[in-house]
Design a protein around this ligand. Structure first.
Ligand code: ASP
Length: 319
């Protein structure tokens, strides 16, 4: 029993041969920094919900991940961000989709959870609610970066809606413009935590898929698919949203624990191995008793975790 935290920066066709060392180091450094922020907050007795929001916000601000500032573009070259957050004890949850100016989708999702009688707001209504609540907004052009335009161009050229479209990054590409050579190896972000009181929470945030249709909603804001928490566990998933929704990935992990008595690891591995097509998904999860697991059937997943008893891991590829 004790606190535990796990976070991810997306799963997909992530290969060391497609990423020069300095890009790898930058991503690893970012994972380390975000993990450190979460661990420090847990040690300072922050609640799981606060920790999850804090860490996801930090990742949203990092252009090497596909959320917030780094959000990828729709087929029309626009940004439609989405996120959800869930509190395991109460099963309260909030979700947002179709955001084009909100700086932190995860914080807006939390506002939906705490300040409305609803769970899920999208598009104009969600944007209006953000303004009404005084949530930070930016001009939509802030997200439409040259890197994201180039990433969209490459996806269109390849005729793909992608999490898995890879172009090698040139070895001299500066970290901040890694995307400009077509680097699609950035992903959705998520964090799960259990605090010292055994409270669980999960949060996930994304720009979705490069070249997605305008109006497309993925798994990230769908409670039970890309994100879920109850009194057994908290789960955040990443990968191909359509596959994750079909398999209700996050909820199934919790259901296997609740109804079948599986351990967190066995439940997560079962769902990832048996319920989702190979190459399509990954997840991070923690249990009420402080276990942590990070399972994926893609070639890699940007991930990090730590537990109160001193265990810590940061990884990108399959071991
Ligand atoms: N699951 C996200 C989506 O389909 C993408 C990702 O995880 O990278 O929108």
């Amino acid at each position: 029993m004790g606190w535990a935290i796990a976070l991810h920066g997306g799963a997909g066709d992530i290969s060391p041969s497609l990423m020069p060392p300095h890009i790898l180091e930058a991503r690893e450094e970012c994972l380390r920094k975000c993990l450190h922020i979460g661990v420090s907050a847990l040690k300072a007795k922050a609640t799981a919900l606060d920790v999850v929001e804090l860490v996801v916000r930090e990742m949203e601000n990092h252009p090497l991940f596909n959320a917030g500032k780094g959000s990828v573009l729709t087929t029309d070259g626009t940004v439609e961000m989405e996120a959800s957050i869930m509190d395991g004890n109460t099963k309260n949850c909030g979700a947002v989709s179709g955001l084009s100016t909100v700086a932190s989708a995860i914080s807006l999702a939390r506002h939906v959870m705490e300040k409305t009688p609803h769970i899920y707001l999208a598009f104009d209504g969600a944007e209006a609610f953000a303004r009404e609540q005084g949530i930070e907004t930016v001009d939509a052009s802030y997200f439409v970066t040259p890197e994201n335009i180039e990433r969209l161009r490459k996806a269109k050229e390849a005729k793909k809606v992608q999490i898995d479209y890879n172009t090698p990054i040139h070895k001299n590409t500066p970290v901040e413009t890694a995307a400009s050579n077509g680097d699609s190896q950035l992903g959705t972000v998520g964090c799960v935590a259990v605090d010292c009181h055994g409270n669980l929470a999960a949060g996930t945030s994304t720009g979705g898929l490069v070249n997605k249709m305008v109006g497309r909603i993925g798994d990230t804001p769908v409670i039970g698919a890309g994100n879920y928490a109850n009194s057994y566990c908290a789960v955040s998933a990443t990968g191909k949203g359509e596959s994750i929704i079909r398999a209700t990935v996050a909820r199934d992990v919790a259901a296997l624990m609740e109804y079948k008595g599986l351990s967190l690891k066995d439940a997560a591995d079962y769902v990832i191995e048996k319920c989702v097509p190979k190459g399509d998904a990954g997840l991070v999860a923690v249990s009420a008793t402080g276990e942590v697991t990070m399972s994926f059937n893609t070639s890699g997943m940007f991930r990090a975790c730590a537990t109160e008893d001193g265990y810590s891991e940061i990884g990108m590829f399959a071991s």
